[in-house]
Ligand binder design. Structure first.
Ligand SMILES: [Zn+2]
Ligand SMILES: [Zn+2]
Length: 253
């Protein structure tokens, strides 16, 4: 009953944002739907791609679920925990798991992967330089998983969704951002920034393999070609626009 209500609410908002068009799509709080807060966005050509957030409560990690409306095959970016909640989300929206992508290897972004992909025909993608960070001596969270490797500039098609990989080290060596092009829309790109860039913040560099110099390079060179009208969906916290961060985020300068 509850989930049906949540689903109805999610889709009525989807229709609403479709009606508004990409130009005016903004952050849509779902807290009035009851249950877990979810945030819905449209991306891609003609808004044919849906993006929703499953918030991993204990670490406040944003796990992003991305799918093409007509394909019903979802990419899960950074399943940092709560695999049952992610499963429930997929089920509720009639989605099959197509792939998991890690923006980097910190435990708050990969903790739910093993359980999520178990007994499913879904590959896990990550950068080969990814350094796994567990909590104080834990065994690997990715035991039994053979990931597929991603390189800078790769154009992926997962579940029918086209994504471009940008290698953005600094927060950790194998950190990546993922980009969806929104052709013909005012918001030119949607970027999943992992822990590189947050609203008015940047990722820490004091973990293993972190480098402040690399982080600055990633921010000021590796994503410099992207227009201000790039929606940034970070690994933690609210969405932002790249132009706003360039203007106001002192850590980007
Ligand atoms: Zn991290
Ligand atoms: Zn994180």
């Amino acid at each position: 009953m509850g989930s049906r209500r949540a689903q109805a609410c999610f889709w009525s908002r989807s229709i609403l944002i479709a009606a508004l068009g990409l130009v005016s799509v903004s952050l849509l709080g779902m807290s009035d739907c009851g249950g877990k807060p979810e945030t819905a966005f449209l991306a891609g050509d003609d808004g044919e791609i849906m993006i929703a957030r499953v918030l991993i409560k204990d670490t406040r990690t944003n796990c992003w679920v991305v799918w093409k409306k007509i394909r019903r095959r979802a990419i899960v970016i950074d399943p940092g925990g709560a695999p049952q909640s992610i499963e429930r989300f997929l089920k509720r929206h009639d989605l099959e798991l197509a792939a998991v992508v890690h923006t980097h290897g910190h435990w708050d972004h990969i903790r739910g992967t093993r359980e999520l992909v178990r007994e499913k025909n879904a590959h896990v993608y990550q950068h080969p330089e990814m350094v796994e960070l567990t909590r104080g001596g834990d065994e690997s969270l990715l035991d039994g998983i053979t990931p597929r490797e991603l390189s800078d500039g790769d154009a992926l098609s997962l579940g029918g969704v086209e994504l471009t990989v940008i290698h953005t080290p600094g927060h950790s060596p194998g950190s990546i951002c993922l980009l969806i092009e929104n052709k013909g829309a005012d918001v030119a790109y949607t970027m999943f920034s992992g822990d590189l860039l947050f609203k008015m913040g940047v990722g820490r560099t004091d973990f293993e393999g972190g480098s402040r110099t690399e982080l600055r390079k990633s921010l000021n060179e590796r994503i410099a070609h992207l227009p201000d009208q790039t929606r940034v969906l970070p690994g933690h916290g609210p969405e932002t626009m790249l132009g706003d961060e360039r203007e106001n985020n002192l850590l980007m300068k």
